[in-house]
Design a protein around this ligand. Structure first.
Ligand code: HSE
Length: 325
């Protein structure tokens, strides 16, 4: 085991990108940091940032459990750990906070153990834990990922996000558990809807892979999850229908929601108009929301080792200047 301290910076993600339900994901320029080292004595867990109050700090903590999975897989005994985490990624809003936590804990523990597991092994463990590969894949590989999971094996291709496109996310001020948003979906779909999604998701991937940005607005349309989840998010249907009239290239529900994602050209003169439209539409439905401008994040986790004099510095001290809060 490495006795140094590792800090891993992990991007948030937006899943589905419209029609690519449980398949497509994109990493975003919003981050969480996990600080991990082998403890001299007992495990200590510190969680910083909004919404962390109710998360356990004992060995039932997800970060601790995920790290132990890596040690077990590598044939190592359970380790007492010092863990600290700070996250700018809001919880249960559809921006992949749990995926970032899982990926961060896997990558940090793998580093402490001397990198026994491959990225593919980490991806498989992360997908199994999350139940779908889209968010964890984006956080692990950066950029846009196209992934297929058959319950056993997970494959992916990473695509470079198109240049010159910015993302606006409108984050409603309420939580929506992925579990609940998945329960809103039907058990069966008509052949028309299945064909609709296969064709739009395929077209979206082909458009992204070949630089046909002009096709994104036609391809980013979904009939598998967005129509059913719209009932859980007042204002969503109107935003998906009308944001194009306010400068957006396209819009989608981010993951399981409730965050809404809008794409717009980076040099568009209509960014303020689009932002107002999203916030006013939600506001008119009584939904308070916060808007954040983001870019695709092109890389996966960034690792930094701390030892010697830097070994004593607190996580917040180390990342200040980088955090949003
Ligand atoms: N693909 C998943 C869903 C993402 O839409 O339920 C959850 O973040």
């Amino acid at each position: 085991m490495d006795n140094r301290r590792i800090i891993v910076k992990i991007p948030a993600s937006t899943a589905n990108l419209g029609p690519g339900f449980d398949t497509l994901g994109m990493a975003l320029s919003l981050y969480a940091w996990i600080d991990m080292s082998i403890a001299d004595e007992e495990t200590e867990i510190e969680l910083l940032g909004n919404g962390m109050e109710s998360i356990p700090r004992d060995k039932s903590n997800l970060l601790y459990k995920v790290a132990q999975l890596v040690f077990k897989e590598a044939g190592l005994p359970e380790q007492e750990l010092n863990i600290a985490m700070y996250s700018d990624i809001p919880l249960t809003r559809g921006l992949g906070s749990s995926a970032s936590a899982i990926v961060g804990a896997l990558v940090a523990a793998n580093a402490l153990a001397g990198f026994p597991l491959t990225e593919q092994q980490l991806f498989t463990i992360a997908t199994r834990l999350e139940g779908h590969p889209d968010n964890v894949g984006a956080s692990l590989f950066g950029g846009i990922i196209v992934a297929a999971w058959d319950g056993d094996r997970v494959d992916h291709i990473r695509l470079e996000p198109p240049a010159g496109i910015d993302m606006l996310v409108a984050i409603p001020d309420f939580h929506l558990a992925t579990e609940k948003a998945r329960h809103a979906l039907p058990q069966q779909y008509s052949k028309q809807d299945a064909v609709y999604n296969i064709s739009h998701s395929s077209l979206l991937v082909a458009a992204l892979a070949s630089g046909r940005i002009d096709l994104i607005r036609y391809a980013m349309k979904d009939r598998v999850h967005e129509p059913y989840r719209a009932a859980l998010i007042p204002g969503m249907s109107q935003i998906l229908r009308d944001a194009g009239e306010h400068g957006a290239i396209s819009t989608a529900l981010s993951g399981a929601g409730p965050t809404l994602l809008a794409l717009i050209e980076s040099d568009s003169q209509r960014k303020d108009e689009l932002e107002r439209f999203l916030l006013d539409t939600l506001g008119n439905e009584g939904v308070e929301a916060k808007s954040v401008w983001l870019k695709p994040c092109l890389t996966g986790p960034e690792l930094q080792w701390l030892d010697g004099p830097t070994g004593e510095i607190s996580l917040m001290e180390w990342i200040k200047g980088e955090v949003k809060a």
